[in-house]
Design a protein around this ligand. Sequence first.
Ligand code: BGC
Length: 732
Amino acid sequence: MRFLLVFTLLGLSLAPAAANPVRPETLGSAAAIEAAVDRLLARMTLKEKIGQLHFPSLAFPHEPQIEAVRRGEIGAMLNVVDPRYIKAFAAAARESRLGIPMLYAIDAIYALKITFPPPLAWAATWRPDLAELAAYDVAREARALGVNWTFAPMVDVSRDPRWGRVIEGAGEDAFLASAFSAARVKGYRRGGLATSVKHFVGYGAPEGGRDYTGTEISTPELLDRYLPPFKAALDAGSETVMASFNTINGVPVTMNRALVTDLLKKRLGFDGFVTSDFVAIGELVAHGVARDLEEASVLAFKAGIDFDMASGGYDLYLARAVADGRIKVGAIDDAVRRVLRVKYRLGLFDQTEADFANLPRPVDDAAVRRSAREVARESFVMLKNDKAALPLTAATGRIALIGSSADSAQHDHSWWGPSGHQKPETETLRAALEHRMRPGQTLEYAPAFADPCGREFKDKDAAIAVAKRADVVVYNVIEDCEIQGEGVSRTKLGLSGQQKTMLDALAQTGKPIVLVVETGRPLVLAEASQQADAILIAWHPGTEGRTALAEVLTGEVAPSGKLPMTFPRAEGQIPMSYNVLPTGRPWTGSRYTTGYVDEKQTPLYPFGHGLTYTTFAYDKIVLSEPKMPVKGTIDVDVTVRNTGSRAGAEVVQLYTRQLVASRSRPVKELRAFEKITLKPGEARTVRFRLKAQDLGFHNDAGRFLVEAAPYTVMAGGSSDTALLADFVVTRD
Ligand code: BGC
């Protein structure tokens, strides 16, 4: 409980989040909601109260659960996506003594019927508005089934691509992750879902990248790196928060009162409810901090976990703990009040039978597809493009398309697509490219592999023969289908299966190679980058993704994504991020300086990197003032020019460094960004406003400091910045 003392000092930067806005469809003011909650609470039995604080495990059949709902013993369900059952649960809830409506939760993240690229790809667009749009559409699809609560957004900052769950977040940077956190919350909520920002907190820093392992996080790291995206989600109105599985400094978050109650509820002013992660309360026994599920349940509840996701402990033991005085009724009331508040805010008490009658409601698939296409287009990151290998112009002639994934109609080779949904039509990359062949161009396809994930060869020689006949080879590889997402950590981040062997053989042909990589995390592409002339990171592009990919490969659309995570040269460099602390012995190439003797010190591709079909020059950076008071602002004008021959989009990025401080500060921190489009030859000056209060940090005691000090501001098209200027922050 080492955080307990520390958080009492938190002040400046962690002012309570704005009260969650009440939805227009609900019953009026916040005060009216509180009064209604109080009236309802006064009528509830202890059993009915506890019923609001858990949902059962995934066990079927639903019929006994429906009966339990009718008795007022269950207030929420997980993974009920069949509208017939949602109607039956809703009817049972209406018929229960107090008629309290239910929450229906699923992980509506990026894929329901139509699959979007995953959230890491949303971050690669550097357009939070697109993330909001994607979240909105995913939410609309879920809402149309009757679902009203999503376990999203996942906002865990992570610098470790060995950890499979980086696919669900926005990458390594707290500022970028906060922008996407807020956008996603807004989108899901606008689409009609309550959100559950997760996983609070520090889950993105597992030891060795192994999912579910412990984390060791100092107070400044916690407050400056891991917490900001949660704060952003609360400010955007996230109704619920999910606690994470991991320990922090030895204490599982599921029993961590300092984090859940003192920091989240008291300091950040969160007045929605906190759910555990899936069976995480039971896992306190395996963590070795509770003897049994009963003890675990009491520990978790006392820490401030209001809601038990599927461990069964609250249902079984909370009443007994109240009876023998281990838990006070007042504490139960506080948790129930939080759940009911959310239900009122969502307008669930206003629903009638008619609201469920027409489930599933139709969704405008065409509109959702349009969003999915737009997100995919803007998410692709072109890492390199030597000798203008891309786009494939009319002059390209014969194109060899290699790789079984290029002919796969699977929407998503990644993870969170809930099963059992009828998937709509999707175009394969092969078909999408064939449609786009111009006179004089031909496309010849060879799968090379027996499966869409390149594990086994089917006909390597045929693929080589096709490559030899071609003018350019487009080789589509994929991070193996089953080695991403939750519980899937990797020690090797190269191309899996036989895909690298195939690349070696293709490289032997001497033909220009365009490598199209579908992945949910940074991979190690050091050798591949020597062999390929162009590399396009396509993430897992989803239902509209292969069409978008063909648009970009043929130059109909220019790539404009930028990396939200560093691509290392070797697994041994991990964890790796751009915003490291300086060292007393920077690398000079000689011994006794910081670095690896067997590897370069730089990443293969840095955070923020991404090319397009034109080029940009960063002409100048101009500050409105050389000084800014601790409560003040300055404007930073960055002039960017399109130096190529076609229009293109660029993400202008602004970073700062505090040069002298009371503790060592990162060599660079992202402070602002804007994606702009420039015509050939066009120059534009982008104005960023820097606020001194946004440049602060927390010390070991959890105190927020903005220090009078010299700073550098840097600008560029990646974290490898092109321009810099100095300024000072002054006391007044
Ligand atoms: C994951 C959560 C998810 C939950 C419910 C857990 O295993 O960690 O992110 O929301 O399952 O599906």
